[in-house]
Write a protein that binds this ligand. Structure first.
Ligand code: KG4
Ligand code: ZN
Length: 360
């Protein structure tokens, strides 16, 4: 029997990247035919963070062009596409509206199914763009907007076991970098400054570290950095030592919380061996975090998998792939589907922002 080919266009515009990709699947084989990404970093960097209104405008300025480029690079026409998938949440409403309206318009005109994608499902499945992986696996998503542990039990069955109660990890890097005057995005700058710094110079708090769960809190850490910054001159040496101390503190927090998450994951699955943990999101680029997770992998006898950087950060390919999985199951959406700025992947997950992490 000939294997059926499914080809989907994926549109991503939930934060500060406009991205469109064409991905196809034949049997179990996934191929990314194109994945065009337009970053808005230059627009937002003078503000030290993403400005939602500017982000929405920038998406609407380039979306048509990025769609055209994705088709051209993939060498396919609209006729060769089976469905249109667009990120419909969570994210910044203005940006979501741009991608969703573009997707719906195409679907309506081309008479093809429209599929609304949860951005977090995209991240959860992104590893499958490059390799096959069996369910269940654990996802650690660490980006500018999200910090969570989710058990990917199988497609469309997700259990969030840990999250941040305040800032996302990338946000903590960006805010600390801003306090040190290092520029935006802060993560890569902190990593670079940390290389020559003394990681034991400043002792910073590790909120929630003793709670036997995998919830995070980073707001207190940022305040502690702010308190030290006002009492010191921001010399190059100070910036290096603070960057190194901050990164070291993050490493310790991630190590302990991931260990807790692995325990929860192990308790919830039948097979206790060969557990796999996928680490996605922009912060997964950090080499010292990767190293400390790899050490944890050896200790816990688990395998950590990192998608390539282009699929770790926001991209249309992961949205197209989630679209393919939904297309295969005929999970289509109506054209009146409303974008959802808040849209947890696990429908039963409790909203934790601002809450004390008191469960389990
Ligand atoms: O996934 P991403 O590209 O965009 C979303 O937030 O969705 O993640 C961006 C975040 C930023 O906060 C940035 O500072 C952080 O990832 N980041 C890093 C590194 N590279 C990017 N954080 C720590 N170390 C890095 N090398
Ligand atoms: Zn993301």
């Amino acid at each position: 029997m000939r294997k059926k080919l499914i080809r989907v266009i994926g549109i991503e515009s939930s934060c500060d990247e406009t991205s469109v990709a064409i991905v196809e699947k034949k049997g179990n084989k996934v191929r990314v035919l194109s994945n065009i990404v337009r970053s808005q970093i230059d627009i937002h960097k003078i503000y030290g963070g993403v400005v939602p209104e500017l982000a929405a405008r920038a998406h609407s300025d380039v979306i048509h062009e990025v769609i055209k480029l994705a088709l051209k690079k993939a060498n396919v026409s609209f006729r060769g596409i089976h469905a249109i998938a667009a990120t419909a949440g969570p994210g910044l409403l203005g940006g979501l509206l741009v991608g969703v309206i573009a997707g719906k318009t195409l679907a309506n005109y081309l008479k093809k199914p429209f599929i609304a994608i949860n951005h977090l499902e995209g991240h959860a499945l992104s590893i499958k763009l490059e390799r096959e992986i069996n369910y269940p696996y654990l996802l650690l998503l660490v980006s500018g907007g999200h910090t969570e542990f989710t058990i990917i039990k199988k497609f469309d069955t997700y259990k969030r076991i840990g999250t941040t109660i305040d800032d996302a990890l990338g946000e903590a890097f960006d805010k600390t970098a801003r306090l040190l005057g290092l520029g935006y995005p802060g993560g890569p700058k902190i990593e670079q400054y940390a290389l020559d710094g003394d990681k034991n110079k400043f002792k910073l708090p590790m909120p929630l570290i003793h709670e036997k769960n995998s919830h995070f809190s980073f707001a207190g850490l940022k305040s502690a950095v702010a308190n030290i910054v006002v009492k010191n001159r921001r010399t190059e040496k100070f910036k290096r030592d603070m960057s190194a101390s901050f990164q070291e503190t993050i490493n310790k927090i991630i190590f302990v919380k991931t260990q807790n998450a692995i325990n929860d994951f192990r308790n919830s699955v039948r097979a206790k061996k060969n557990l796999k943990i996928v680490v996605a999101g922009g912060v997964a680029a950090n080499k010292s975090i990767r190293q400390s997770l790899e050490q944890l992998g050896v200790k816990e006898n688990c395998e950590f998998l990192f998608p390539s950087m282009k699929y770790c950060t926001d991209n249309g390919a992961m949205i197209a792939l989630a679209g393919i999985e939904r297309f295969e199951r005929k999970k289509f959406n109506k054209l009146n589907f409303k974008p959802r700025p808040r849209w947890p992947l696990d429908k039963n997950a409790v909203f934790m922002k601002g809450k004390r992490a008191v469960e389990g």
